[in-house]
Design a protein. Structure first.
Length: 175
């Protein structure tokens, strides 16, 4: 296959379509070792290779990895745990519980009390979940994770967002 001016061998496994951007990706193993995704519009040429005798094994490895990827991002990083407490009022805001259940993918959520819902997930790349989490910005009570770099980046992004509307002093932001 040729994409972005590079020639490479890839074992195709799946096609992904981003619900956020509409972009289409081919997910496969490069040289049967590295799981990756390639945008379809970057593929310039495809040629058939020899048959792969261990395809079921490769497909099984992909099945395990895809349960820890929010999008088409596959890396060799260890799993990161994310636990987010959300303020969702029972009764009047149940539509948010329905939305969370529908969109949480491989994560889980449950109501802790009449005002609090917890959402938990383990992913190889927490940055991929940012657009989803941003839709709950006004409802996030707390974030716990074993990826402190991601957490600092996420919180800094929120601070920058707030300063678009208020000075740091007005917003009570201290570094």
């Amino acid at each position: 296959m040729q994409y972005n001016g590079k020639e490479t061998d890839i074992t195709p496994l799946s096609l992904y379509v981003s619900t956020e951007t509409g972009r289409q990706y081919l997910v496969g193993y490069l040289h049967k070792k590295l799981l990756t995704s390639i945008r379809l519009d970057n593929i310039k040429e495809v040629r058939m290779m020899d048959s792969i005798t261990n395809y079921p094994k490769i497909k099984q490895r992909f099945a395990l990895k895809k349960n820890t990827s929010w999008n088409g991002s596959f890396n060799r990083q260890p799993l990161k745990h994310l636990r987010v407490l959300l303020r969702v009022q029972e009764g009047t805001e149940d539509y948010l519980i329905t939305r969370l259940a529908r969109e949480q993918r491989m994560g889980s959520s449950k109501r802790l009390d009449s005002m609090t819902v917890v959402f938990e997930i383990e992913l190889i790349d927490l940055y991929a979940i940012n657009p989803f989490l941003r839709t709950f910005i006004g409802r996030i009570v707390s974030i716990e994770t074993n990826d402190n770099t991601w957490k600092a980046h996420f919180i800094n992004d929120m601070k920058e967002l707030i300063t678009l509307y208020h000075t740091p002093e007005e917003a009570g932001i201290h570094d």
